[in-house]
Design a protein around this ligand. Sequence first.
Ligand code: DX5
Ligand code: ZN
Length: 229
Amino acid sequence: MVELAFSILAADFAHLAEEIAAAERGGGTMVHVDVMDGHFVPNITFGPPVVKAIRPTTQLPLDCHLMIENPDAYIPAFAAAGANMISVHQEVCRHLHRTLQLIAQHDVLPAVVLNPATPVDSLIEVLPMVHHVLIMSVNPGFGGQQFLPLALEKIAYLREIRHEMGLNFRIEVDGGVAEDTVASVVKAGADMLVAGSAIFQPGRTQANATEFLRLARAAEAEMLAAEAE
Ligand code: DX5
Ligand code: ZN
């Protein structure tokens, strides 16, 4: 079933626990944590201490998206802080296979992320070892950007490859996924949906999450029905 990984980048940082609880009440299934270093991406957010602080506030898995250079140096700290999944960018990993192994050695589910300009084919050899592949549908660094339709083809292609290779990694999409784009990303084959600005809004977070998931699951049901024909 399609999942909502709500991105706390768009939440009120002064009330993170309440914000997470509202998105969870609305049906959100994982917490997406956007870690930015001011080098790989032109923005700075938070690191392991924030992951550690939110860990006891929710039972949901923490999906940590590392938009940082040299992720190997920080993977142990994110694992110790309570990350359940760690995704690293293909573009910063000179030894991607080694980095994914390092994540798995820390009992965290490994994942890899592709920027809009990075081809899916660059991942063929590591696909058997990942829990999910995250397709960026914006250039990383900021919430609230416009969805790039080129992501749809990449998602559909990745889904095809997954089938051909007989694998079952999940396909996540991140950036500009909102009420107007969610159906198309689900129909292309995404099964973990990251959304920040479409979910977090003062007083509306729970309802936004519920409505977002309703649209996502309706698109999923339509897709499965079409496939069964
Ligand atoms: C962008 C981040 C995203 C971001 C998504 O660099 O990786 O997770 O928070 O935000 P929205 O949903 O507002 O595009
Ligand atoms: Zn993200």
